[in-house]
Ligand binder design. Sequence first.
Ligand SMILES: Cc1cc2nc3c(=O)[nH]c(=O)nc-3n(C[C@H](O)[C@H](O)[C@H](O)COP(=O)(O)OP(=O)(O)OC[C@H]3O[C@@H](n4cnc5c(N)ncnc54)[C@H](O)[C@@H]3O)c2cc1C
Length: 483
Amino acid sequence: MGDELDVVVIGAGVAGLATLHLLRAHGLRVRAYDAADDVGGAWWWHGHPGSRLGTEGYAYQYFFSPDLVRDWGWSERFPAGYEVLRWLRFVADRLDLRRDITLSTRVTAAVFDEERERWTVRTEHGETVEARFVVACTGLLPGPAEALPVSSGDFAGTVVCTSRWPEKGPDLAGRRVGVVGVGTAGVQLVPRIAAETAHLTVFAREPVLVVPRSNPVYGWPERDAYRARFDELRATLPHTATGAEYEPHLPVDPDLLPGLYADGSRRLWLGGVVGAEEEVAAYVREAMTARLGDPSLAAVLVPTDDAGTPTLDAGFLEAFHRDDVDLVDLRADPIAAVRAEGLELVSGAVHELDVIVLTEEPDAGPPALGGIDVRGRGGRSLADAAGAVLGLGVPGFPNLFTTAEPPAPTSRDAVMTTVRQHQAEWIARAVADLAAVGASTFEAIETLPTSAPPAGAGIAGVGDYVARCEQEAAAGYPSFRRA
Ligand SMILES: Cc1cc2nc3c(=O)[nH]c(=O)nc-3n(C[C@H](O)[C@H](O)[C@H](O)COP(=O)(O)OP(=O)(O)OC[C@H]3O[C@@H](n4cnc5c(N)ncnc54)[C@H](O)[C@@H]3O)c2cc1C
């Protein structure tokens, strides 16, 4: 390293690849760093069997390039994680991004020099690089960890986590496998591995609502159909509530529920039933109980409250009908110890295992930027700073752009390709506009506690977020100081 850059991008996932491409298109010298061994972000880290999009593929695309949409075709309505990873690799290759990406390199610190108006970025390998701007495309951490309550050091077998799944993952075939957690990652993993393991024990804590995914294979007709809508999708998706075409139908009509359930998509809870969360949850609970057909299984696997976002599944509940799959309720009988041979519960029962899989939900934790020692004006730490204005810039941190900070929508209820490419476009325009007015620093303005709420407070959905960001740019960035 050592060459001066205009921009350091941290992260080479959905946000980082778009940002690198769009800033480079403005003639800037940009370099992206990622701790992972390849591009892809969360899709690289969560490479476990069953990892899959809950968003329909047609909406999970970059619409800044007609070529990318024309030359990539999803093979299913809800593509598998490895296909999403292949798509992001295709994007990196097609846009020739790899020459400006440094992989297997974690950024540990970024310090702003006020006099020189430069960021110094340090990596885990002790190298430093300088740049005028830093764009944090670092995403959200996984969580909450379905961690073992006790050290796994004594276990004679293998422990693996869904959020750090090695590319050539552990061989589960013919092994006695224990999966800890029945959140989204557990729901995706369990039916995929149940048939290949010698025996599967699922250790359940908090169950989630699940809805059977309807996932037809996509061939040329389906791909041609969504490609033909390119202009329309590019124009409309950023202005929808979720970044996909799920719009609320009001007033709420319970007669809609069977049709929405049968659609086998997130439409059931993201579209059509806003304000009817309780009715949706009750409907799904009843359907889950019927699918399980066994009150003792339902007592463990059907949530009793409406909390949490439902998730799509493919045979998760039916996996428990297999003779070689056992269910353990950790709420009734928690893990007491990790033994060389497996897990021991408080009741004294020991489950012998060769592999323990810990599950973690993608994007359920805090922003990953918190793991970097970021210092702004006066050496102030980002950890002590005010919130990010529009999720894009933090007061006291000039020329630092953020993407995964609140109030930017998250993948819980939004399509992240829609959100992240909008942010990347906004950041690229803000940098170009800065040059156009002859200024060199772009910095969020701290809102005094007595004055109006900070820009971005109380944002409701993708369309609202995009509208506020657009208004901000059109008005000449009143929430930011350009000097
Ligand atoms: C199984 C699964 C299902 C999902 N389903 C959906 C869905 O249906 N719809 C949807 O919209 N989203 C979904 N997501 C969420 C997904 O995370 C987002 O869609 C998207 O990948 C977020 O992109 P990002 O670039 O913001 O962050 P990420 O993809 O998380 O990328 C951040 C990158 O930053 C890197 N990084 C972080 N800190 C550092 C550091 N200090 N130094 C160097 N590099 C660093 C990380 O290594 C990572 O590669 C899903 C994710 C998974 C794993």
